[in-house]
Design a protein around this ligand. Sequence first.
Ligand code: ZN
Length: 396
Amino acid sequence: MRLGIYLILMLVCCSSNLLFAQERCGTAAILEQMKTTNPEIYAKIQERSKTQVNAKITDDIYIIPVVVHIVYNTEAENLDDTRVYTQMNVLNEDFRRLNADIEFCLAFYDPNGDSTTGIIRTYTDTTEWLLSFSEEVKKTSQMGDDAWPASSYLNIWVCDLQDGILGYAVSPGASPEVDGVVIDYKNFGIADVSSKPYDLGRTCTHEIGHWLGLTHVWGDDGGTCAGSDGIDDTPDQSEATYGCPSDVLLDDCSTEAPGIMYQNYMDYTNDACMNLFTQDQTSRMRSVMETYRASLLTSAAGCNEIGPLPGDIAEILVYPVPTSGQFTISIQNFLGYQDNFNIAVYNSLGQIIASANPAAANNVAQYFDLSYLAAGCYIVKVFNGTYFLSQQFMVY
Ligand SMILES: [Zn+2]
């Protein structure tokens, strides 16, 4: 009997874990919550999604000032500025592609007109933000951090979200106090290997897609072909796609080539396997900028330059100088995101002479004995799984 109860409990736990694992984006769940907590706003959002237009009105580049609220309980959750810069860089690469012509910058002025880095850090006693109460991360009174005025800033909260939920957004039309996106700290910016396959900052790209009026490409219709994302140039799709498919992928709703568009940022594929918004998605986002989010286009928040990325501040030193072929390669400040760390030495013809895979660390020193090398110019290349560095050196 006891065993029976234990089995039932285990089944319940496993199935709920499975549910979380499958629903990596909480946007639809948060909208559902709003139906009971804030029915008026819910109705407004539904109305907007029915009446939105796809017209691309102007060719201007829209620049969106951002404030990142890092709400942390542990030091690991208190992401450094560099990590934030990597996220801003990913957003700008993803939203400029295919001429979405939308850019993001960290705000230069706070709501009082004082200068800011656009990154706010707030300690919290909350160790994990379950979706059922995660909106509290947007309230200082609830151990979170208040939104800055949504008319002037895109608010991004970074915190330890419920396991399995990588992020969520509120759609255009929500109350200003909750307007913005929430991203789990593990999936924000270019993350380390432990966050694979959601380590390349695409969760934030996906959630800002929601924030700019897009829905999931499969139409959130529970596996049927009844729903649509309301976008003409994305194929019908029955369910979310996971992993990293290749070639043509057909399903019940798209039975012929070219099949479903699993590379779309509004699907659930791995970060490394997403790479596009369509023209019509782009037009939808720009039309939301021109209507529901038009005040951002005249925001007085200003822009900070995005700070240096890990590849920019890292250094390679080869010593002694000059070298006879026995030398040490030291890599410094190649910040935190290593995976398959590799150091390789090439000759001037581009042929590989030697390589090493030291344990990943921010500062690495690797000794090589290549005293047989002919005199000449050589190149050392370092790859940390995300960024490349290279440096020339002479052997005499
Ligand atoms: Zn989503």
